[in-house]
Design a protein around this ligand. Structure first.
Ligand SMILES: [Zn+2]
Ligand SMILES: [Zn+2]
Length: 309
């Protein structure tokens, strides 16, 4: 009897916040990282800690040049190259590439343009413009056929496009950066507070709550992972409360709400991918085990990550 479903898609936020962002999306056969602002050692350890040790990394998608998103990419890509014998593509906009410090530039860069989908293995990836104070920042939706996963962080405001993309996904990493009151009354210098609050800064709990309410009500969302929480100006409890209000207000208590952490990976959101919906993929893939791969530690000594948000 053919296997029709398999618990094979995992979406795991390995770390999120201004000290490093990294999200793994994989199905046991293919996998990619969205951003890599963590050291290779941390990526390896955190993947192992949540049962994804040795899971494949075929590519990295970079959203923008802030080092909390790109600081670990070069060394990570070099480690994977050593392990699999060929360089992996690191996707980023030409503007992001230009703005990147040469020391952080990975060996193989493939340029992407917002609005122009591209392929990574069997998957379609849609880069889209986001409002953030960098040269040419993008968010990504990864389309696995029956399932769509999107990363929506580092947003100064909610644009029509961001909302449209969030409406189209099943699993989202969504920025809940700060509690406005904590930010205003907190210790940051005024110009930094202004930058965070600006239309090219970061999304507050309140803004994210409104967006989530709209998208939970009208969209196909099944799981939301709250990301890029400020350690100074937010708390997991406040972000969770705001997101819970949103899904209740939308009448969608069935949506899974998860809070990403800065210092450790959270358990992956796992989904069933209907096998018959993936052309060219044999049903036996459903029972294949993730091959064990050597850890990614070789180039670790070269790692030095500078952090910006
Ligand atoms: Zn950031
Ligand atoms: Zn940023």
């Amino acid at each position: 009897m053919p296997v029709l479903f398999h618990h094979d898609l995992a979406v795991a936020v390995l770390g999120s916040g201004s000290r490093g962002n990294c999200t793994y999306i994989g199905d046991g056969q293919h996998g990619l990282l969205v951003d890599c602002g963590l050291s290779t050692r941390q990526v390896t350890r955190r993947m192992e800690a949540i049962g994804l040790g040795g899971a494949p990394i075929d590519a990295v998608l970079v959203t923008h040049e802030h080092t909390d998103h790109v600081g670990g990419v070069r060394v990570l890509a070099k480690s994977v190259h050593k392990r699999i014998g060929q360089p992996i593509p690191v996707f980023m906009s030409a503007g992001t590439q230009r703005a990147l410090h040469p020391r952080l530039l990975p060996e193989r860069v493939d340029n992407v343009s917002a609005g122009r989908p591209f392929r990574v293995g069997d998957w379609d990836v849609e880069p889209f413009t986001v409002p953030h104070d960098t040269v040419d920042p993008v968010g990504y939706v990864v389309d696995l056929g029956p399932l769509r996963v999107g990363v929506f962080t580092d947003l100064g405001c909610v644009t029509r496009l961001v909302q449209e993309k969030l409406l189209s996904v099943d699993i989202a990493v969504l920025e809940f950066n700060h509690d406005l009151e904590m930010l205003v009354e907190g210790p940051y210098p005024w110009p930094i507070k202004q930058r965070i609050r600006s239309r090219h800064g970061h999304l507050s709990n309140e803004q994210a709550e409104d967006l989530l309410t709209t998208c939970a009500r009208a969209g196909r969302l099944k799981d939301v992972i709250l990301g890029h929480l400020s350690e100074e100006n937010n708390s997991p409890e406040k972000a969770l409360l705001a997101a819970s209000r949103a899904v209740c207000r939308a009448g969608r208590k069935d949506i899974g709400v998860h809070v990403a952490r800065q210092a450790e990976a959270i358990d992956p959101v796992r989904c069933q991918v209907p096998m018959e919906a993936r052309p060219g993929r044999p049903a036996s893939v459903a029972t294949a085990r993730v091959p064990s791969q050597a850890p990614l530690l070789e180039a670790e000594a070269e790692q030095e990550v500078l952090f910006e948000s």
